[in-house]
Design a protein around this ligand. Structure first.
Ligand SMILES: Cc1cc2nc3c(=O)[nH]c(=O)nc-3n(C[C@H](O)[C@H](O)[C@H](O)COP(=O)(O)OP(=O)(O)OC[C@H]3O[C@@H](n4cnc5c(N)ncnc54)[C@H](O)[C@@H]3O)c2cc1C
Length: 385
């Protein structure tokens, strides 16, 4: 046996699972395999304060590169300061936590194949374990129909203080292009700021140069000049329809998918950190630590989560299918007038039935005639709309 558990891919989901396992089962031999040459700073993973448990806050604290007690949103019709905290973790920081916990990561390990009890590397080496998880990131499949959240972020070390006190998680006062467009701003230090141009679009094509230029124009318009220190980009799935039962039927053998590989992300934001932390706890609490035992528990968790997320996918269908691109911001603008505890539960994936009712009642955000065709989810999965 090469290890007790092998995690294919050393990204967010695998790293959180490994950390939780190390804490719960200190004797377990954990091995992470990743094709990359080493830790990179390609990701900033952020989350809202209420999204994760106090234990996870404490565990991730040493890897945070930003931690704020408030956040803001801006729309043409109103601006709002929200009292929920917001935190950002760098991918290098997370890799450091994993290494400091004594978890072995093999870099430059291109996985050719994962099976229920083994990982085969591209060079032919075979590594065996009682438990094999697949956290190699998103893979398109027939059970998930998505729109896209596309973004390019540029981090600048400004020549002078930028004057931003807290994250601006959406500034939608910018011209609306390619769907719902907003700028996302994270002020890491008094001079260091990340500016991200983001679009909720029907297509996955991302024009890096265009979005980068827009982000820089936004910075220049605010007088933020300086040196670019980092860039990040992403095309994240936004779930419109999901057949989780079908997905898990197709994965009733082989390695257990986790993270984006398993469609485990917030349907509206594409964020996966909060659910990855929950899944990590589930994995860490599983005995015996076998592929079969984890599959049983994770499948039940994922099916329940997919049922609970039905309403969020409906909101997405209204946004993407019921609302012309330039008007999409109106839905978000309306949402951000709702009570703050509801907004916090929305991000944390804990909406109550009363919350759902509150979101859809009142003056309809889109005409009933446009909303009705969005109601059924199944036709999208069959490719009918
Ligand atoms: C730039 C960016 C910023 C994001 N920001 C946030 C955020 O702020 N908050 C949030 O919650 N979500 C965010 N997301 C969305 C989502 O949470 C991330 O994409 C997250 O990293 C997904 O986690 P994962 O573990 O499923 O996949 P990943 O973190 O992408 O990990 C997959 C890993 O598998 C490895 N791999 C793939 N194939 C192989 C192979 N054949 N052999 C070996 N290794 C392989 C890759 O090198 C990679 O390290 C962001 C996404 C991006 C792209």
């Amino acid at each position: 046996m090469s290890a007790d558990i092998i995690l294919g891919g050393g990204g967010l989901a695998s790293s959180l699972a490994a950390l939780a396992l190390r804490a719960a089962q200190p004797g377990a031999r954990i091995l992470i395999l990743d094709r990359a040459g080493g830790p990179s700073n390609s990701h900033t993973w952020s989350f809202h304060g209420p999204d994760i448990s106090p234990d996870w806050h404490a565990r991730l604290a040493p890897a945070l590169i930003g931690d704020w007690s408030e956040q803001e949103v801006h729309f043409p019709g109103h601006s709002r300061r929200l009292r929920a905290g917001y935190s950002s973790m760098g991918s290098e920081g997370l890799a450091r936590l994993v290494a400091e916990a004594g978890i072995e990561t093999r870099w430059n390990a291109e996985i050719a194949r994962l099976d229920e009890d083994r990982a085969t590397l591209a060079d032919g080496e075979v590594l065996t374990a009682l438990c094999i998880l697949d956290g190699r990131g998103a893979k398109r499949g027939p059970h998930l129909v998505t729109g896209f959240q596309k973004f390019v972020g540029i981090e600048i070390e400004c020549d002078a203080p930028h004057g931003i006190a807290r994250p601006v998680i959406m500034d939608a006062t910018v011209p609306q292009e390619d769907g719902y467009r907003f700028i996302y701003v994270l002020p890491f230090t008094e001079r260091r700021v990340l500016i991200e141009d983001t679009r909720y679009s029907d297509g996955a094509t991302l024009s890096d140069n265009e979005l980068a230029a827009e982000a820089l124009d936004y910075a220049a318009a605010r007088g933020w000049h300086g040196r670019e220190v980092r860039r990040e980009r992403g095309v994240l799935p936004i779930a419109l329809a999901h057949d989780a039962a079908g997905f898990w039927r197709d994965h009733d053998s082989g390695p257990v998918p986790i993270g984006l590989r398993a469609g485990l992300f917030h349907p509206v934001t594409g964020y996966s950190l909060p659910v990855a932390a929950e899944v990590a706890d589930l994995i860490a609490g599983t005995q015996p630590l076998t592929t079969a035992a984890i599959r049983t528990r994770l499948r039940a968790f994922a099916l329940r989560r997919a049922r609970e997320d039905r309403f969020l996918r409906l909101l997405n269908r209204m946004l993407f299918r019921g609302c012309p691109g330039p008007q999409r911001y109106r839905l978000l603008e309306r949402f951000y007038r709702l009570p703050e505890p509801l907004i916090e539960r929305f991000y944390a994936g804990r909406l109550t039935w009363a919350d759902r009712l509150r979101i859809v009642t009142g003056k309809p955000p889109i005409p009933i005639s446009a909303a009705l065709p969005c109601l059924p989810e199944k036709p999208l999965l069959k490719g009918e709309t």
